[in-house]
Design a protein around this ligand. Structure first.
Ligand code: SIN
Length: 540
């Protein structure tokens, strides 16, 4: 079955929904999302949106903090754009109905939170459930919009693209490849074709590539893997951000303890109660995430302990219950009372700073294909993302991509879509063993955690590269016999992304931002003040 729309949006977080609401005034929109529409990384974002809203803040300060975190690799024009356009887009969210927390002293003002690497309080938040509040409002509006249709439990398989090649002598010249939409696996395991004039990838991050992550299960790097297969350029995939403080408990899965807890005075202590961040950075607990995550990793390796602790019990208990209701309730359900007990925490994979390379409009180098949010690499984050800059980036680039595609729509609206063969039958193989899929998932995630984690080395990276190549061979050999299913599709995407992360990490012979290599422990501006770039050669 073939569906036709003006815009195809793959992903239903803040980036996809904001874009959809804007373009829906001009054309029809399909939002394809692989689970329930609310199951997105946005929905789990606790901290908030960094934006210049306070009287003591300025664009220059936010720009400076972002550039410092990015460790020499941010694109300054992009940083300026995102910081300066942020406040008006945050106000638009307020007009749409998002209820951010207000100051206790004066409810006309927002309560601005503090997070690591920020020189001012500038995190606008909805208690400790900012993402859930933003997602709620955007989804409500999208569901009411007559031009938007949401397809839940639809997993995008691959982009539909055309690429043209011309041979000139011995060199190969390539015209811009073009995107026509995507093939999608529906809830009944039928493949459906979604054709669109413009396609937007906003499928979130790649956290599930690691054994421990703060990300929801949907974060398997699908958009990045699809774009790579289609020939788009990826950049900076070695820069994986590890959040310093995920809850450590056998019954807690992927639960973040927001950086805002340290912003409100939380202190990291070891198993003997010693506050250790003073040994690592003058900003102590409010240093940037890469510093804090590495410090915890070092402390855990030194002591052999399974976790460290985050202690905020010195703050007033009513304040804690109001400011962090989600964290308070979750911890209490596991027997940890944050008003009295230190919280056991470990670092976990949190955010992919690299991704599909885009320009200032969110365009990839495939014609009519945009990428926004964690899936994209816009140049904002450089080698390390400043806390709470991600929802901000998603808002600004959703707006930019919407404005750009709307101006192009009129000239393409009447174009005919290509006719494609009907593939709407369920794809089945003749058997095979699903145990291979489950086993490979597990191995990839352990391998990445142990060899491509917070502290890397040439040896660990090479081992990972070889093991992953072996897994790829096994999958290529044995999976054609397995009927097409979601786990298999995600596994293949996960493996692609893991191999690209390792490739980029091996390429960068220095330590910078989130990439720390024991064999090259220093930043090397002479050779490495540049991006790693990956592109699969497309031959059609
Ligand atoms: C947090 O609440 O610590 C997460 C915020 C972010 O990742 O930007």
């Amino acid at each position: 079955m073939t569906e036709k729309f003006d815009f195809l949006v793959i992903g239903s977080g803040i980036a996809g929904l904001t874009f959809s609401l804007k373009v829906a005034e001009h054309g029809t929109v399909a939002i394809v999302t692989k689970k329930e529409k609310v199951e997105t990384s946005t929905n789990y974002a606790q901290g908030g949106i960094a934006s210049v809203l306070g009287p003591d803040d300025s664009f220059d300060l936010h720009i400076r903090d972002t550039l410092e975190a990015g460790d020499g690799l941010c694109d300054e024009d992009v940083v300026r754009k995102v910081v300066m356009e942020g406040p008006s887009l945050v106000r638009e969210l307020v007009e749409w109905g998002v209820e951010f927390s207000r100051s206790k002293r004066d409810s006309k003002h927002f309560d601005l939170g503090q997070e690591g690497g920020h020189s001012r309080r500038r995190i606008i938040h909805a208690r400790d459930m900012t993402g859930r509040e933003v997602e709620r409002v955007l989804l409500e509006r999208a569901e009411e919009h007559p031009n938007i249709k949401i397809f839940e439990n639809h997993l995008a398989l691959d982009l539909i693209t055309e690429s043209k090649m011309f041979m000139v002598g011995s060199s190969v010249l390539r015209a811009r490849n073009r995107c026509y939409g995507a093939q999608v696996l529906d809830a009944q395991n039928h493949i459906r074709t979604f054709l669109a004039h413009f396609t937007l990838l906003c499928t979130g991050g790649t956290g599930k590539v690691y054994l421990y992550t703060s990300n929801p299960d949907v974060a398997t790097g699908d958009g990045i893997a699809m774009a790579y297969r289609a020939g788009a350029t990826l950049a900076d995939m070695e820069f994986v951000q590890f959040h310093p403080t995920c809850l450590y408990h056998p019954h807690a899965k992927n639960f973040l303890i927001s950086e805002a807890v340290r912003g409100e005075g939380g202190k990291l202590i070891d198993g003997r109660g010693r506050a250790f961040m003073g040994d690592y950075h003058p900003l102590k607990d409010l240093a940037c995430r890469d510093v804090v995550a590495r410090a915890i990793d070092t402390e855990m390796k030194k002591s052999g302990d399974d976790c460290v602790y985050l202690d905020i019990s010195h703050r007033d208990s009513d304040f804690l219950k109001k400011r962090f209701p989600g964290i308070y309730e979750k911890c209490l359900s596991l027997g940890i009372d944050i008003t009295r007990d230190p919280i056991p925490v470990v670092p976990a994979a949190h955010y992919m700073c690299g991704g599909i390379r885009t320009d200032i409009h969110g365009r990839t180098d495939i014609d009519r294909l945009y990428a926004i949010g964690e899936t994209a690499c816009t140049g904002l984050h450089g080698a390390n993302r400043l806390a709470s800059n991600s929802l901000l980036e998603a808002l600004v680039f959703a707006n930019a991509a919407a404005m750009h595609s709307i101006t192009e729509l009129d000239s393409v609206r009447n174009e005919k879509f290509p006719s494609l063969p009907d593939v709407s039958v369920p794809r089945t193989g003749n058997g095979g063993e699903m145990v291979l899929v489950a086993h490979s998932w597990d191995i990839i995630r352990r391998l990445m955690w142990n060899y491509v984690g917070i502290v890397r080395s040439e040896k660990r990276l090479s081992l990972a590269k070889n093991h992953l190549a072996q897994i790829q061979m096994e999958i290529d050999e044995h999976t054609p016999n397995i009927p097409l299913n979601r786990d298999l599709v995600e596994l293949k995407n996960l493996l692609t992304v893991a191999r690209i992360i390792v490739h980029c990490a091996l390429e960068r012979k220095e330590s910078r931002g989130l990439h720390y290599n024991l064999d090259y422990p220093r930043r090397d501006d002479e050779h490495w003040k540049r991006h790693t770039v990956v592109k699969k050669e497309v031959c059609v």
